[in-house]
Design a protein around this ligand. Sequence first.
Ligand SMILES: Cc1cc2nc3c(=O)[nH]c(=O)nc-3n(C[C@H](O)[C@H](O)[C@H](O)COP(=O)(O)O)c2cc1C
Length: 166
Amino acid sequence: MNFLELCQQRYSSRDYMNVGIEQEKIDYILRCAQLAPSAVNFQPWKIRYVSQKADMQKLQQCYNRAWFATVQNCFVVYKNKEVEWVRKADQKPHGDIDVAILTEHICLAAAELGLGTCWICNFDVEKLKEHFASPDYLEPVVLIAIGYPADEAKPKQRKSLSEIML
Ligand SMILES: Cc1cc2nc3c(=O)[nH]c(=O)nc-3n(C[C@H](O)[C@H](O)[C@H](O)COP(=O)(O)O)c2cc1C
């Protein structure tokens, strides 16, 4: 599979099979995450892998959607606010960009292995902090649902190249 095919294969899966994920696949995905680039190579991130049923139930309270109840495994990606690079010229913090790159490494690696994923940013951040204790300098940025998909990719809705090129 070439990179274009991989990009086509990845989609946001919102229905998952009741099947566990092999540890070797999680290890492979995390190795791909580890290799993500970041501003000044600061790597301002932490990853939590949620797989226990009781923890998934807590996560479901933070993102209360019927489809999310089919998710049995999920990553929580945190930004380390103390480590992220801030551009001097305009004080723009770059940690969210770094976390986004790492997140997409995870999603593309998972797609290569036949796993489905879905980015989730529309979750209740405060509730997540209540359920999963973490230091204040870690900000939960994205949940990544992961598992064997029970749905199928829909045709990609994307702007044409002429629309996105300046
Ligand atoms: C930053 C970001 C946040 C997202 N948050 C959510 C979310 O909270 N819930 C959800 O169901 N999908 C979420 N998505 C998935 C997008 O809806 C999806 O990527 C987009 O519609 C394109 O579809 P595709 O991923 O199937 O190609 C998010 C995607 C990104 C990149």
